[in-house]
Design a protein around this ligand. Structure first.
Ligand code: PLP
Length: 356
């Protein structure tokens, strides 16, 4: 059987050593004769996991003083609600760059006035709008740094006149970020950090406590900050898995190294997409994501789409079918994707081209 490469968009590829260490801990946690799944989250054994995960998160992303790191439930989707619940008093600004951005925007409307500063919906989200003005009186400005479905990405830290909030579900830890430019960063862990079940939040403590509405206890960031992300039982296995990924990132040289690898993988694959007569990319060249690489068959080869999916699938390329709103193919190249995986996909594309 061909070696399999997992190009799935999420839940997605994890380094083998992360999977092994997590599986091992589920059987016998650090040799104590109990499973990670059955020990108390209040035990000193698990407290050490939580402490180390938060400390490494801060170390690897170089998070300044004054920020807290939380591991919560509910996915990035619950953050679409928690962000405005905690931060939106009157007005918020949103950049509409895709389905996830739109979902976040829709939720914010439940809490106050929402200004959509710009949108690329009219061109099926194939680019990132750049000419827009963020109202100076907005409580915050929300962006989605990587548009997982459409394969576009904001790969620099924007300057914002108001507190900047970012959904980084699918590109966190793929490059160094200047956290001081953000008031809050969140994301589901299942794209580039861990298995499904945990959501990370990096929040600058001083932006909280400014809204006048009462906030339910579990939805108030301050509850979780006060209790060190242990107000209630946290998702212990996904947090342990995240810790293993953080250890792996550090061992590999940190986010600078992750970025180099991401650039290398993306360069190899986009070059082939642009060269190969059968395929074409869907995202505007300057906004192409390094994480989710979207491409379709060129018009004259449209009918070969399902044949290529089958062909590549038989050669071990898993999860490359594009999202239904873009069609074609999407190769998600998160941190754990080895360069050989992308080279194997490129070899498939070349071989398929030779047959047609
Ligand atoms: C996957 C994804 C989400 C949704 O995450 P859940 O954890 O499933 O709620 C939100 N935003 C982006 C950018 C995503 O890629």
């Amino acid at each position: 059987m061909a070696k399999k490469y997992n190009f799935g968009a999420g839940p997605s590829i994890l380094p083998p050593q992360v999977i092994n260490a997590t599986a091992e801990a589920c059987k016998d946690f650090q040799g104590i004769g109990l499973s990670l799944m059955e020990i108390s989250h209040r035990s000193k054994d698990f407290q050490a996991v939580m402490d180390q995960a938060q400390a490494l998160f801060k170390e690897i992303l170089n998070i300044p003083e004054g920020y807290s790191v939380l591991f919560l439930g509910g996915g990035a989707s619950l953050q679409f609600c928690m962000v405005p619940y905690n931060l939106l008093e009157k007005k918020a600004a949103y950049l509409n760059t895709g389905v996830w951005a739109k979902k976040a925007l829709k939720e914010a409307k439940l809490f106050g006035e929402v200004v959509e500063v710009a949108s690329s919906a009219e061109q099926n989200y194939t680019y990132i709008p750049k000419d827009y003005t963020v109202p100076a009186d907005a409580d915050y400005f929300h962006i989605t740094t990587n548009n997982t479905i459409y394969g576009t990405e904001i790969r620099k830290d924007l300057d914002s006149p108001v507190p900047l909030v970012a959904d980084m579900s699918s590109d966190i830890f793929s490059r160094p970020i200047d956290v001081s430019k953000y008031a809050l960063i969140y994301g589901g862990a299942q794209k580039n950090l861990s298995m499904a079940g945990v959501t990370f939040v990096i929040v600058r403590d001083d932006i909280l406590g400014k809204v006048t509405r009462p906030i339910p206890t579990m939805l108030d960031y301050r509850t979780h900050i006060d209790k060190g992300s242990m107000f209630n039982t946290p998702p212990v296995v996904p947090i342990y898995c995240a810790l293993q990924t953080l250890l792996w990132i550090k061992e590999k040289g940190g986010v600078g190294e992750m970025e180099k690898l991401a650039q290398k993988r993306a360069a190899i694959l986009y070059e082939e997409i642009d060269r190969n007569k059968l395929f074409k990319g869907t995202a505007a060249a300057e906004d192409r994501s390094l994480m989710n690489i979207c491409f379709v068959m060129n018009d004259e080869y449209k009918e070969l789409e399902s044949e290529f999916l089958q062909f590549a699938g038989a050669k071990g390329m898993v999860g490359i079918k594009g999202h239904r709103s873009v069609g074609g193919f999407r190769a998600s190249c998160y941190n754990a994707m080895p360069v050989e995986g992308v080279e194997a996909l490129v070899a498939c594309m070349k071989e398929f081209e030779a047959q047609h």
